[in-house]
Design a protein around this ligand. Structure first.
Ligand SMILES: C=C(O[C@@H]1C=C(C(=O)O)C=C[C@H]1O)C(=O)O
Length: 252
């Protein structure tokens, strides 16, 4: 059988999964690439890979998709790496610049703005530098490692997993292991075992990371991120996709 092609996320949040994959025999059965989330999604859409740890918002662009793992990148409350950073209160934001590496969180911001905050700022895709603006009423979405240590630098910081929980009472799934075709059950079982091995060895992963004083990596990987794809997370995933379908599609 040809090797199964897999694209995984290149952020710290995925290091436990990569540890599991690289330290179990599954590594010999797959072609693994590590990409920013937007590229994980695009590779699965373009059928360059069979499975991706893709932003769940990208399922709208897949004619066929199925979840192939019991694990995900999720959070039940604050996640500490998905934010709107702003110098004004949320209700005063007139322009929101989106993160080009994200698909889920940009759309989560849109869902929350419309349905929770009842706001309608102008959205900017592909701003030359989306994190910079001279306008005090322009804010931005940012995800992943680039947010580490930035929380104290802005007057207003909105953790989008926390805000989703305030809105729905549910956890949130940012990315899930999704296939664009049927995958044999034995492979799915092996993938789950390998991902679990990585999660069970998070202490090793944490020790290997360069220490930093401005961000608590242990708290992030052990507590803020919530990797089990529980029934509540699946419910949240479908609720989110439902909200997304009622919004105009964003084209990056
Ligand atoms: C929690 C995170 O989850 C992610 C957010 C994603 C998105 O917004 O599209 C995609 C993959 C995950 O890496 C994060 O990156 O901080």
């Amino acid at each position: 059988m040809d090797k199964i092609k897999i694209s995984a996320v290149s952020y710290t949040n995925t290091l436990p999964f990569l540890h599991g994959i690289r330290h179990t025999d599954i590594i010999n059965k797959i072609d693994l690439s590590v990409d920013i989330p937007a590229d994980c999604a695009q590779k699965l859409i373009d059928n360059k890979v069979d499975i991706g740890l893709i932003p769940v918002a990208a399922t709208l662009d897949l004619p066929y998709w199925e979840i192939v793992s019991d694990y995900c990148i999720g959070a039940n409350g604050p996640v500490n790496s998905v934010f709107i950073f702003s110098n004004c209160k949320i209700e005063d934001i007139r322009t929101l610049q989106l993160d080009p590496q994200s698909r889920s969180s940009n759309n989560l911001a849109r869902v929350l703005l419309k349905n929770y905050w009842k706001l309608d700022p102008k959205l900017v895709i592909n701003a030359p530098d989306y994190t910079e603006s001279n306008d005090p009423n322009t804010a931005f979405v940012q995800i992943g490692d680039r947010t580490f240590g930035k929380k104290d630098k802005y007057a207003y910081v909105y953790d989008l997993a926390e805000e989703w929980k305030n809105f729905t009472g549910l956890p949130f799934v940012f990315a899930a292991w999704i296939a664009n075709k049927k995958i044999p059950a034995e492979f799915v079982a092996e993938l789950n075992t390998s991902l679990k091995h990585g999660l069970d060895n998070r202490d090793v992963v944490i020790k290997e990371l360069p220490a930093r004083t401005d961000f608590d990596l242990e708290d992030y990987l052990m507590h803020k991120l919530d990797f089990d794809l529980t029934d509540d997370k699946v419910k949240a995933l479908h609720l989110f996709i439902g909200y997304l379908k009622s919004l105009q599609k964003l084209t990056f």
